[in-house]
Design a protein around this ligand. Structure first.
Ligand code: AMP
Length: 281
């Protein structure tokens, strides 16, 4: 595995691989790699012969009040994990390399930006889409793999690729969970042991909603009551939002259908966590 820090070196490495006939796979991350990230890399390896992993904690997607400065980092551990999973090039640009000057142009979502994560984190998705647009135009991958864990992000990235005619395929891979159901996340490292235990209520609530759907309960309000009851029974966990939404638009639905997304954001102590499941799966 090669590690490169500049756009120029990354482009040269990708150009060499492409000229030898390889399909290029890409997995963008903010690092502090866990098994969820590694599953995305494995998926990219199945779909491409040459895989680029980027690790870049993107300041543009953090509000001034958020956790940019204390976002967890582990460059040595990340390098070892990436190499063990067959990453061909690890791209670790500096902030200066990605944003050598104040950005004059950004990619901002229209519909969908104001709901859910966008409502709680103004400007977040413009930051995400801008960096993803930059990374896609730097790497020019044939296939890019995102995680279902961040369902609104995945939906917006797909929308950007469609609306702006980005070449290359966008794949959304399933959420990887801890044995007790907690969705893996770099931010889980913020949780104190008691909070880590409480945090399992989020997946339990979503699984209860999925089970109720399977038993034939399709009214969103009833599914939401099931989920809410589970989360409210856990002291120290407060809901930001709990919703049943259409998978394409993420608009709330009144009647759930197979493919509808049950999603939650909640604070466990000071840590904000998100998770979702697809109903009928
Ligand atoms: P992050 O490093 O948190 O920005 O995430 C980088 C990519 O990994 C995004 O596409 C996420 O959706 C994805 N991801 C994060 N956690 C998980 C997980 N538990 N399972 C699957 N994908 C994940």
């Amino acid at each position: 595995m090669r590690t490169v820090e500049t756009v120029k070196a990354l482009r040269a490495a990708v150009a060499r691989a492409r000229s030898s006939g390889a399909r290029i796979g890409f997995v963008p991350t903010m690092g502090f790699l866990h098994d969820g990230h590694l599953a995305l890399i494995d998926e990219a390896k199945r779909r491409a012969q040459f895989v680029v992993l980027s690790i870049f904690v993107n300041p543009l997607q953090f509000a001034p009040t958020e956790d940019l400065a204390r976002y967890p980092r582990d460059p040595a551990g990340d390098g070892a994990k990436a190499a063990a999973h067959g990453v061909d090039v690890l791209f670790t640009p500096s902030v200066q390399e990605m944003y050598p000057r104040e950005t004059r142009v950004e990619v901002a979502p229209r519909a969908l930006h104001a709901r859910w994560e966008g409502a709680v984190r103004p400007g977040h998705f413009a930051g995400v889409l801008t960096v993803v647009a930059k990374l896609l135009s730097i790497v020019q991958p044939d296939v890019t793999v995102f995680g279902q864990k961040d369902v609104q992000q995945a939906t917006l990235v797909r929308a950007m690729a469609e609306d702006l005619n980005f070449p290359g395929e966008i794949i959304v891979a399933p959420t990887t969970r801890e044995a007790d159901g907690l969705a893996m996340s770099s931010r889980n490292s913020y949780l104190a042991p008691a909070e880590r235990k409480s945090a399992t209520v989020l997946s339990r609530a979503l699984f209860a909603m999925r089970d109720a759907f399977k038993r034939g309960e399709h009214r969103a309000e009833a599914l939401l009551s099931t989920g809410r009851a589970a989360i409210d029974s856990e002291p120290g966990v407060s809901i930001d939002y709990l919703a049943v939404a259409d998978p394409a638009t993420l608009e709330p639905v009144e009647e759930a259908a197979p493919g509808s997304v049950a999603m939650v954001a909640a604070r466990v102590g000071k840590t904000r966590l998100i998770d979702n499941v697809i109903l009928g799966q």
